[in-house]
Design a protein around this ligand. Sequence first.
Ligand code: HEC
Length: 193
Amino acid sequence: MLKKVTLATAIAATALAITGCQEEEKAVGIDPSKHTDALFAVMNADRTNYTKYIVGRLGPKGADAVMPVEHWKDVDNGVPLPAQMFRLGYESVSEVTDDFTYSLQSIWPINSQNAPRTDMEKEGLEYVATNLGKNFYGTETLGGKDYFTAVYADVASVKACVSCHNGHKDSPKTDFKLGDVMGGVVIRVPLGE
Ligand code: HEC
């Protein structure tokens, strides 16, 4: 596996290097994994802070002012859950750029829309769930285009993650523990032209 990831990164770096040669002034390309690592750092910070400081501080019942709840649109004072907040983020991003796409997924999704769609997404989610502390990097061809695909573990950082998922009627897994990998963030960057 390690070999494969290294090879994939090398292929991706080579592809970028080739692109770089065509535009000489921009000869120094960014290593795609550094690019996606940086994007992930921003996403993860937003996500953790929203969960910790908004959802965590309000508690499952919320305050008088707002209540984080799955069907937040149907409740007067409802606000989105962390995963929904994250999706709102990538929906907004997709309106301004197609230089990269990202999504929050899981092999044990509450919402079946968040299940992996490509073989590489599935492989990456399985990899981060079983190789603690490691990221997954690969390249895949979709619709004739090459992509660099990175997968980062989404970890149960607070108790609320575990209790809500374990108790949710649509969750296929009910024994998550604090610190477990519950899913992953998939970031995809197109390679070359
Ligand atoms: C109050 C309930 C609640 C809390 C708290 C919560 N989640 Fe979720 N989570 C959900 C629901 C509901 C969805 C599906 C939302 C959707 O896609 O519309 C979801 C989606 C997800 C997904 C995408 C896969 C799936 O299950 O659909 C991941 C991964 C995830 N949550 C991880 C976490 C982590 C990690 C935390 C803590 C940082 C957390 N969740 C906190 C309810 C919760």
